[in-house]
Design a protein around this ligand. Structure first.
Ligand code: FRU
Length: 325
């Protein structure tokens, strides 16, 4: 009996050994496949645009089994985002992708990563210098100009445009907000009939902050003809403030981003007058990082396309994206 127990015991040990050996192999080869560790530092995840950005980035990475992706959310906090990038440097990741919340506060840590030999691809918001590998994003000056041209046309056309305009800024320390402002003013400042009602303000890209800015503007000004907000959530926040005061009629609301489930839908529903596509850069970021990690050299800037979205094409975009049937 004792002998029998010993045999069974030995058989179990043998089985476990073989089984653990084979699963060990699997793990090993699984690990070996993940050749490239990419750290992605996102500025925030509060807006739908950023969630779409993250989703596309993750989906693109999932197509490539050789990539191990680590995502960190900076939670709209510069110190947290700096710490996230410091963490990637300590981990010696193979590449860093980053959307810096603001230029000034994030430039030193990105430069530090780059100087330590880690390639860095900057997405959407730029830094104060170009000590990084590549930038991918939309042309925000061009988008600002397109919004300016739309505003001028809406208010009567070049040379004849007339009206009171409220501009609601995104995070004023970020490059998209500055470029969207400058591009817009390049066009509208040529129009003597256009009056800017607000001084530079900072809506930090947030719908609720924009609501407050617009509520104050409405209190102070009996007539507002057009609102230019640096993104769709803020254009929508401004619309809600006007609606709550029963003053939304006769005012045009322009936003930027143009993601189907948000800005395009608001245009289709008649809440926003127009939005300007600001393509999310996550999928392109992964594709470029992979090219680099496989030994290709990258161009310094990849500029993503834009388009104007208003009532002439919003419905078609929603159909193409399966948002309406
Ligand atoms: C999302 C967002 C977008 C905007 C972009 C600018 O966080 O506010 O709405 O277009 O950032 O960087």
């Amino acid at each position: 009996m004792k002998k029998c127990i010993r045999i069974v015991f030995l058989a179990v040990i043998c089985f476990n050994f073989l089984a653990s050996g084979s699963s060990g192999e699997e793990k090993k080869s699984g690990k070996e496949e993940k050749k490239f560790v990419i750290g992605f530092s996102q500025a925030t995840t509060t807006e739908p645009w950023r969630l779409l950005f993250n989703k596309e980035l993750r989906e693109e990475a999932a197509k490539h089994p050789e990539i191990e992706l680590i995502v960190r959310d900076g939670m709209d906090d510069v110190a947290k985002q700096v710490a996230d990038v410091e963490g990637f440097i300590r981990m010696k990741v193979h590449a860093i992708l980053i959307t810096p919340k603001v230029a000034e506060g994030l430039t030193p840590v990105v430069n530090k990563a780059f100087d330590s030999g880690i390639p860095v691809i900057v997405l959407d918001r730029d830094l104060t210098n170009d000590r990084y590998t590549q930038f991918i994003g939309g042309d925000n000056k061009l988008i600002g100009r397109a919004a300016g041209e739309y505003a001028v046309k809406w208010l009567g056309g070049p040379g004849k445009a007339k009206g009171n305009v409220v501009e609601i800024w995104g995070g004023s320390a970020s490059s998209p907000a500055q470029d969207r402002h400058n591009g817009f003013h390049e066009i509208i400042d040529k129009e003597p009939g256009i009056k800017m009602l607000t001084k530079p303000n900072d809506g930090d890209w947030k719908q609720d902050k924009s609501y407050e800015i617009m509520a104050d503007a409405l209190d102070e000004n009996p007539k507002i003809d057009l609102v230019y907000a640096h993104n769709d959530p803020m254009a929508y926040g401004a619309y809600l403030a006007a609606k709550d005061m029963e003053r939304e009629k006769g005012t045009a609301f322009l936003g930027i981003d143009g993601i189907p489930a948000e800005g395009v839908k608001w245009v289709y529903e008649g809440t926003l007058t127009a939005t300007f596509l600001y393509k999310t850069p996550g999928d392109e970021g992964i594709r470029q990082a992979l090219r680099l990690l496989k030994g290709e050299s990258l161009g310094k800037r990849v500029i993503l396309p834009t388009m104007t979205i208003d009532k002439t094409n919003a419905e078609q975009i929603l159909r193409t994206n399966g948002i309406i049937k």
